[in-house]
Write a protein that binds this ligand. Structure first.
Ligand code: HEC
Length: 102
């Protein structure tokens, strides 16, 4: 019985994940390489965990890194991929990341 419940929960989680266009973008645009699985296991300790952060904040930071308005220490590492990401995709990614458990 317990196994069945677990299995159903896993299926639901998986389906919800796969159906989210933000999840697809997160993998497709290589975000996962630096920010890690579920956006909370970054490549190095100096890269940010971004799961569960406020959507509006995430959107602003991505927009600023893309435009160059945010250009502190390590932003350059991320700026390189931001030409692949449109304004609409930034919104989708921000909504997806904000929903992830932090
Ligand atoms: C090559 C590595 C790399 C890639 C690829 C990358 N990032 Fe980043 N990202 C970083 C680094 C490093 C920072 C911190 C920048 C700084 O120090 O200013 C950052 C910062 C951020 C921030 C701001 C976090 C905060 O707390 O202010 C967000 C949001 C973010 N990344 C989302 C994404 C998304 C979404 C993608 C995919 C489109 C992506 N990143 C791709 C390395 C990367």
């Amino acid at each position: 019985m317990k196994t069945t419940v677990f299995f159903i929960a896993a299926m639901v989680t998986f389906t919800a994940h796969a159906a989210d266009p933000g999840a697809a973008l997160y993998a497709e645009k290589t975000c996962v390489a630096c920010h890690g699985k579920d956006a909370k296991k970054p490549l190095t300790k100096s890269y940010p965990k971004i799961a569960g952060q406020n959507a509006a904040y995430l959107e602003q930071q991505m927009t600023d890194i893309k435009s160059g308005a945010r250009a502190n220490g390590q932003s350059a590492a991320m700026k390189g991929v931001m030409h692949l990401v449109s304004e609409a995709e930034i919104k989708t990614l921000a909504a997806y990341l904000a929903k992830l458990p932090g």
